[in-house]
Write a protein that binds this ligand. Structure first.
Ligand code: NI
Length: 171
């Protein structure tokens, strides 16, 4: 089922999500299936559970945006073990549609997480995948990509969004 993606301004997007403690349950599988469906419906590269109103530490990532099954990654209770190098590129977010900004991130990261069955997994990501890991794990900590921008840039975006909220174009 495609769920509604919450937009910037919803408090849950800026709150840290709680850990998943029960694995391999029908509820968890259904939630993750919904996250894939919702992400693909918006042609995203990643989606975190808080973006659909679920305060749990779960993210899904597919850097091929549905083109290559082998690129699908589910990370539950993830943490970044190490970061290396840097990359600068345009970044956006399904919760902040219409706004993309250049952002510098680590170019290579190693992530430790659990899979849907609760098994520990360790994943390496470079370039776009590394960016997605950092962006999605930020979501689980209540951090949106605009938090990494300069105060000036962030204020410009906030002001534009406020206007959209007033005219009902942001819900
Ligand atoms: Ni995002």
């Amino acid at each position: 089922m495609v769920r509604k993606i919450l937009k910037y301004g919803e408090p849950i997007l800026e709150q840290a999500a709680g850990p998943v403690t029960e694995f391999d349950t029908p509820e968890l599988h259904e939630l993750i299936a919904d996250m894939w469906e919702t992400m693909y419906a918006s042609k995203g590269v990643g989606l975190a559970a808080p973006q659909i109103g679920i305060a749990k530490r779960i993210s899904v990532i597919d850097t091929s945006v549905g083109e290559d099954e082998s690129k699908k990654v589910v990370i539950i209770n993830p943490e970044i073990l190490s970061k290396e190098g840097s990359q600068t590129g345009e970044e956006g977010c399904l919760s902040i549609p219409g706004f993309r900004e250049p952002l510098t991130r680590a170019n290579k990261v190693t992530v430790r997480a659990q899979d849907e069955k609760g098994e520990a997994i360790e994943l390496d990501g470079e370039e776009l995948l590394a960016r997605a890991f950092q962006h999605e794990i930020d979501h689980l900590n209540g951090i949106l990509f605009i938090a990494h921008l300069s105060a000036l840039k962030r204020d410009i975006i906030r002001r534009k969004i406020k206007k959209l909220q007033k005219t009902g174009e942001w819900d």
